[in-house]
Design a protein around this ligand. Sequence first.
Ligand code: NAD
Length: 260
Amino acid sequence: MLHGKVALITGSTSGIGLATAHVLAEQGVDLVLHGLLEQTQGEELAQQFAEKYQINTYFSNADLRMSSEISAFMQAAQEALGGIDILINNAGIQHTETVVDFPENKWNDIIAINLSSAFHTSQQALVHMQSKRWGRIINIASVHGLVASLNKSAYCAAKHGIVGLTKVIALENAELNITANTICPGWVDTPLIKQQITDIAEQNSLTFEQASYQLVTAKQPLPEMLAPRKIGEFVLFLCSDAASGITGASLPMDGGWTAQ
Ligand code: NAD
């Protein structure tokens, strides 16, 4: 059903984005891969996807902190593969510190990458989706788009923001067969959370595995991290016809975290 559609996944060189790229490629979806890899490494990755799945691919390492780079990236990607049918705003970074000590540059980077980039990519992708009267925008938020945790001011602000942005996109496009939803994962086993685990291990003289268990079980009833591929499979469902009535939703995939 999705064969030949074009998906753009920001931050698809690692973690959830990369796993989602594999899930969509298995369905014959052409892919715009993106992330902070050297251009040659990124092009190799794109080539591997093209050969393995017999799909068309394109790679960009545009820095999402800069709207001018996003604009050029979106234009080049659409020229290379055609208009974007499925947009997955996934790239994100983290920094943990109290509000009082939070560095301004980290605040600005997190808001730019985790929130504003989704506004810029959506603005450009929606033009094609509206002309085709079909589209899927799936934003990878977090439980932190729904609830807060200590020391995550910028991350929570950005993730709550993307939940709101997604609802507005859903309302503006509901009659055009374009859905927009956020997935709100709990802990997922990716490089993004390694620093937090390392900090807990150092502060409490624990092994990495012990610290990881402590981090996960502090808030999440399911005592394990999700595999990134599970997020990709949820993305695939949201792209399906069965999910055409789901729009403007913020969907927890959080092992019961926000049920408490
Ligand atoms: P990751 O660190 O494995 O991947 C992050 C991706 O973003 C990489 O491809 C990286 O190159 C890209 N990126 C980072 N800074 C960038 C920049 N300035 N410009 C362009 N690209 C940039 O992380 P992940 O865990 O796979 O995270 C993916 C998304 O999932 C993020 O939005 C994150 O907030 C969200 N999330 C993760 C978890 C978790 O537990 N891992 C939980 C909830 C939500």
